[in-house]
Design a protein around this ligand. Structure first.
Ligand code: NG1
Length: 558
């Protein structure tokens, strides 16, 4: 993937926390965590860490952009203050003495400050896998391999996923240093897991950064730009079993303080900071329903990826679009996305090589036309009372034969369902993509007086996630209602100013994000803490972790 300017910047390296967090107050708030990490590292490994890599979680700053990144539509996230920190250093003699399997090239001793997560020791090996070998001159080289257990959620899997990309991108036989150094790492983090704030991307990005830093790749000519790091981190995340889009990695890497990012993926990765209205504050509240994205991927996240890809294939067949390539004899089928279908239908498709930024006016018109017309109806089954289609019906509608369809669409992913909801999923994606553009336009025009409009877009997004994309949860919906009920409360300055609330991230549990007027933030937080039933009886200290206001923060750094 080629990248355009905002993503072309180098990954920043800071030597003071004030530079990183942008203010002394925020720096002081986080200083104890950094100190504790460095202290504990020294206790565990007998020497100081060389680097600390940091990657933040993400909230979808508005409204929307939920479940459309993997359909290649632009999204609008921001980084949050909560982050993952990884302290690292080359392995010392003391580690070698206590762990016989260490000090081999690239071996890792990984510890976590959280006592629930135990010490892990692992070493990458080169292993031949069919179709995965890399051609180095005339020689086929086996790629680096690390065992990642996808059947259960293990903390070190995210560390390994980050390491994978570093190994396979930077340690080829022709690199200046063909073997990685043995490393010790200590991980800590305060991004709540399984809550739609992207703890997994923050883990994978910070792990990628830590291994780059410790191997000196940051300082060399090979140092990746922010955009390249996003691409590596996206590849890495798939190693854990989730076929995610690039929203979280982009936010975690490229975000800048004070702004949300408009990130688009077509024709190539592009990120543009957009300032949110000054009085618009985002408040996150956690439903306390943990959504285990990796373990449930086959009937939730990955199934949605397949449904949106299936819908795109069926539409491209119906519209007779040229989405595949042919050499005259054989046709190579591509995984066409809904964005590509829209652009080809509207005649504004550009491929990556054009490296042109997307034309938002064309895109908006394309989306409006698609939603006005009858094209989407083609995704419905011909059977009254059903909205989803069976696998055989989907294959028939795709115009492909069964073997080919199974190979292209289902050989790389495990999904479980009786019906594929092509119509509902595609409708959500197109509507949500349009909402992102509308949200962006209001913010770009200095949307101070338009907080109601922004809030409405957020509420509509939630309804669509719940009803059409089926990625909310009854408890999340309860929490959304509690948040919205603040607008009926008297605050002394009139009715409570909450403009919109919706699920954020993948959903099926996790957090909601609410748009609140700056002057009502404290009262709003008290309101939610008091009224969401599962918070009953909790200490103020715990509640502070579950309901908090967040200002857009800095992306990943060392
Ligand atoms: P969360 O739930 O924050 O991990 C996931 C995906 C995103 C995006 C959102 C839904 C990962 C790492 N991230 O976010 O790419 O698709 O769901 O909008 O899987």
């Amino acid at each position: 993937m080629t990248t355009l300017p905002a993503a072309d910047a180098p990954i920043p390296i800071f030597t003071t926390l004030q530079d990183l967090y942008g203010s002394v107050t925020t720096a002081l708030k986080h200083a104890e965590r950094w100190d504790e990490l460095a202290r504990e590292f020294e206790i565990k490994f007998g020497h100081k860490p060389t680097y600390i890599a940091r990657a933040p979680g993400r909230v979808n700053s508005h409204t929307t952009g939920e479940h459309i990144d993997y359909a290649h539509f632009g999204v609008f996230p921001a980084a949050i203050e909560h982050d993952i920190l990884i302290a690292c250093a080359p392995q010392s003699m003391s580690t070698t003495i206590t762990h016989t399997s260490t000090n081999q090239p690239g071996s890792v001793v990984a510890e976590n400050l959280h006592t629930r997560y135990t010490r892990q020791v692992f070493t990458p090996t080169r292993r031949h896998t069919v179709g995965d070998d890399v051609l180095q001159g005339a020689v086929r080289v086996a790629p680096w391999h690390l065992d990642i257990d996808k059947s259960e959620l293990r903390w070190e899997s995210y560390v390994k996923a980050g390491y994978y990309g570093v190994l396979n991108h930077f340690f080829t036989p022709s690199s200046a240093s063909p073997v990685p150094v043995p490393v010790e790492i200590l991980v800590t983090g305060n991004v709540p897991a399984g809550s739609g704030l992207s703890s997994s991307a923050a883990m994978v990005v910070s792990s990628t950064l830590a291994f780059l830093a410790i191997n000196g790749i940051f300082d060399g000519e090979d140092a990746p730009t922010k955009g390249e790091l996003v691409n590596i981190a996206m590849e890495n995340e798939k190693r854990v079993g989730v076929n995610s889009g690039g929203m979280d990695q982009s936010a975690s890497v490229i975000a800048l303080p004070g702004s949300a990012l408009y990130v688009s993926f077509a024709p190539s990765l592009h990120a543009e900071p957009i300032v949110l209205p000054r009085n618009a504050v985002l408040v996150c509240a956690n439903s306390l329903v943990i959504s285990n994205k990796a373990e449930n991927a086959r009937h939730q996240y990955n199934l949605r990826v397949v449904e949106t890809l299936g819908a795109a294939r069926v539409l491209s067949n119906y519209l007779n679009l040229e989405v595949d390539s042919t050499d005259g004899k054989t046709t190579k089928r591509h995984l066409v996305t809904l964005r590509e279908v829209l652009a080809r239908k509207g005649n504004f498709y550009r491929d990556e090589q054009d490296a042109q930024q997307e034309d938002l006016t064309q895109l908006r018109k394309g989306l409006e036309d698609m939603l006005k017309g009858k094209v989407l109806d083609y995704l419905l089954p011909r059977i009254e009372g059903r909205t989803g289609v069976t696998l055989d019906e989907m294959i028939y509608m795709s115009g492909m034969d069964k073997t080919e369809f199974m190979e292209v669409y289902l050989s790389w992913v495990d999904v479980e369902t009786t019906h594929f909801e092509l119509y509902l999923r595609a409708k959500h994606v197109f509507e949500e993509a349009l909402r992102v553009l509308q949200f962006r336009e209001v913010c770009s025009a200095g949307g101070e007086s338009k907080l109601q409009t922004l809030g409405k877009l957020m509420n509509d997004s939630h309804e669509s996630c719940d009803k059409q994309f089926d990625c909310s949860h009854s408890k999340v919906n309860d929490l959304v209602q509690v948040a919205r009920s603040f607008s009926e409360m008297e605050t002394g300055r009139g009715k409570g100013k909450v403009y919109g609330s919706r699920v954020t991230g993948a959903g099926w549990g996790g957090c909601i994000v609410c748009l609140v007027h700056r002057e009502d933030v404290d009262a709003f937080i008290v309101h939610v803490k008091k009224r969401y039933a599962p918070y009953e009886g909790m200490s103020e200290e715990d509640l502070a972790n579950w309901v908090f206001a967040t200002e857009p923060g800095m992306g990943a750094c060392g």
